[in-house]
Structures are given as structure tokens and as C-alpha cells.
Design a protein around this ligand. Structure first.
Ligand SMILES: *Cc1c(COP(=O)(O)O)cnc(C)c1O
Length: 349
């Protein structure tokens, strides 16, 4: 078996959720964002674990994810859909009891016409210019919408991972201006916003990345370990080269381990010659280019070639690997491919 093994510590996910939950007042509800298959870690297992830990509100990006999540969670928890009510979503929203976060006057009309008694929320744009109803449109539809009893009014911060960015206060002020006095539960903050402090918390928070052990939640517990089996080991004479483009040359006698895993598995080609794998706590640098299915690693300094090398482990978390690839932890996690055997430990079945 040559596939990599992705270990996912569900108890750590639950502890991260509780830690984020403790950062807001007890009357603030802490939700959980499990879009993109819980950032690549398995939405069904993660969501059942968090429901067991006390989460009652889950968020996904599209209705199809919501339907799969409803099948995993059963009746009860609220499942909200950020993309709102798209054409063709009516049956999914109705049959899976999803709550669309309506993003435009057009979506509001579609929802109230096709499912007049079905719960919905509203997403407002407070400056990010990505999703949500803009202030002038909100002013004209607000009273009609509020008569229909939205269960949540939300917006999203563009720069919450930069606490000093003036956009945070600007969006907070805009959110207040658009929602003060509406008498509807409100939500503004994802992981970054929770860390900005109580004025950003409102009634419901929506952490994603912090649950999965990455920045901006610096105190998060690591959740994943990724171990790649060594398929072959070879000794090189000085001057021999390794891999596509011959980008690594052995300066002296060298030993190269070839591990199973490559850019088709989310180990980005940008890691070529830059990232490190680990034999326990001993760093072993990548030698040459990451290819589709394989990575070549310099293990010259090890007394024995190991059976596996880790690319995500306590010595190298998601954010450190992201740095090496010039990206963010979110992209590392959501790129983790389908070829890994996902082994969930702890949590709820
Ligand atoms: C993805 C997302 C979240 C979660 O963000 P994190 O930074 O992962 O905590 C919350 N709200 C919205 C609207 C999102 O798109």
C-alpha cells in the first residue's frame, strides 16, 4: 500500500472548538464552518464530533454540501448555506431543511416565492464586495425581509487576520448601521473576528480554520499528521542529479528516499526544493522537484532509511508548510487529496 496516511485528531478539533467558544460570552453561540468537506478533513466525522461537543449551527458554502451534511447529522442542527438560494436549489433546501443565507434582492424574491414558510437568513455586504446585499438594496428590502422573520443576519470581514487593519472597524460600523435595531440574531465573525474581541462577536460566531488547527488561531492544537510511505531508497554518486529538470545535484555521496505523494495529492509543486519532511523530529529536505505522485527527499544524514516520512507533523504544522509553498494554511488543508487514507481518531463516529 503506497498511499499516504492522513491522521485527523477529532478530539483536537473538539478542543479547538471549545477554546474558540470560551473566547466569547456564554450567550454567544459558536457555530462551525464545515464547507469544502470540513477543509478537507471529512465533514461528516468533524460535524458529528462538534455536534457532540455542543455545536448547534453549521455552515457550508453550497446547498449540495448542506444536503450531505444533513444526512450525516440528522434532524436538529441548523445548517446554513453561504451561497444562499440559487436557481435549482429549492428541493435541496426544502428536503434537507437547509437555511439559505440570501445574498441579493433576486435571491430574496426567489426564496419567498418558492418556499414562503421556509427559514432563511440574510448575508449583508459591509465592504468586502464578495457576497451579500449592499446597503442601498438593504434599505429598500429591509422592512419586507424583517416581516418574514430571518433567523440570522450576517456579514463577513475581509481583513480579520490583521487586527490593526482599519477595514475591521469600518466593517463593524457598517454592520451596526445596517442591523442595529433589526431585532434579529447577528453574526459577523469567523476565526479571525473571534480573536478581535467581544464587539465583533454579536450572537453567533462562525469559526472554520481555527477548528482545524491553523492561523490566525495561533493557540490552536494541531489536528493533522500526514505520513508518506517511502517507496524506494537509492544511493547517489557525487554529481548525479535527481528528478525532472535535474534541479538537485548530489555534492557528495548522497542517499535519496522517494516517497509516495505529489502535487496531485495537494503537495504543491511550489514546495520543490523548499520544504522539509521529517523522520520523527529529524528534518530531511526535499531534493529536486515535487512531481505528480512522488517526492524525492535527501536522507543522507540518517543512519537508516525510514519506512515513512512525515510532511505534516508536530515539527511542521499546516502554516509552516504553507509558508514554504508561499500560500496559506487554508489552501494546504483544502488541497489534501483523495488518495490519502483518512484515519480519524477520537471524536464521534
Ligand atoms: C469560510 C467562511 C468562514 C470561516 O472562516 P475561517 O477564517 O475559516 O474561520 C466564515 N464565514 C464565511 C462567510 C466564510 O466564507
Amino acid at each position: 500500500m503506497a498511499g499516504g496516511i492522513l491522521q485527523i485528531d477529532l478530539d483536537a478539533v473538539a478542543r479547538n472548538w471549545r477554546a474558540l467558544d470560551r473566547m466569547s460570552d456564554p450567550c454567544v453561540q459558536t457555530g462551525a464552518v464545515v464547507k469544502a468537506d470540513a477543509y478537507g478533513l471529512g465533514a461528516a466525522r468533524v460535524a458529528r464530533t462538534l455536534a457532540h461537543a455542543g455545536a448547534r449551527r453549521f455552515f457550508v458554502a453550497i446547498a449540495e454540501e448542506g444536503a450531505a451534511l444533513r444526512a450525516a447529522l440528522g434532524e436538529g442542527p441548523e445548517i446554513s448555506v453561504f451561497s444562499g438560494h440559487m436557481e435549482g436549489d429549492m428541493a435541496l433546501i426544502r428536503d434537507s431543511a437547509l437555511t439559505p443565507m440570501l445574498n441579493s434582492p433576486e435571491q430574496i424574491a426567489r426564496h419567498l416565492e418558492s418556499l414562503p414558510d421556509h427559514p432563511f437568513g440574510i448575508q449583508l455586504d459591509t465592504g468586502m464586495n464578495r457576497l451579500g446585499i449592499e446597503a442601498p438594496d438593504w434599505a429598500s428590502v429591509c422592512s419586507r425581509v424583517l416581516e418574514n422573520g430571518p433567523i440570522l443576519v450576517m456579514s463577513h470581514l475581509a481583513c480579520a487576520d490583521e487586527p490593526d487593519h482599519p477595514m475591521n472597524a469600518a466593517q463593524l460600523a457598517q454592520f451596526r448601521a445596517m442591523t442595529d435595531g433589526a431585532g434579529v440574531p447577528r453574526s459577523l465573525s469567523a476565526t479571525g473576528g473571534i480573536l478581535l474581541g467581544p464587539e465583533y462577536h454579536f450572537d453567533v460566531t462562525r469559526p472554520g480554520i481555527g477548528l482545524y488547527g491553523a492561523l490566525p488561531f495561533a493557540e490552536a492544537e494541531p489536528v493533522v499528521r500526514l505520513s508518506l510511505p517511502v517507496v524506494q531508497v537509492r544511493d547517489l554518486a557525487p554529481g548525479e542529479t535527481v528528478g525532472y529538470g535535474c534541479s538537485f545535484t548530489a555534492e557528495g555521496p548522497a542517499r535519496i528516499a522517494t516517497v509516495s505523494g505529489g502535487y496531485a495529492d495537494g503537495l504543491l509543486r511550489a514546495l520543490s526544493g523548499r520544504a522539509t519532511l521529517f523522520a520523527g523530529d529529524r528534518p530531511c529536505p526535499i531534493a529536486g522537484r515535487v512531481s505528480m505522485d512522488l517526492i524525492t527527499v535527501d536522507v543522507t544524514h540518517l543512519s537508516e532509511a525510514p519506512a515513512t516520512l512525515d510532511i505534516l507533523c508536530p515539527a511542521q504544522g499546516v502554516d509552516r508548510l504553507a509558508d514554504a509553498a508561499g500560500t496559506i494554511g487554508y489552501e494546504i488543508l483544502t488541497s489534501l487529496g483523495p488518495r490519502y487514507a483518512r484515519r480519524h481518531a477520537g471524536g464521534a463516529a
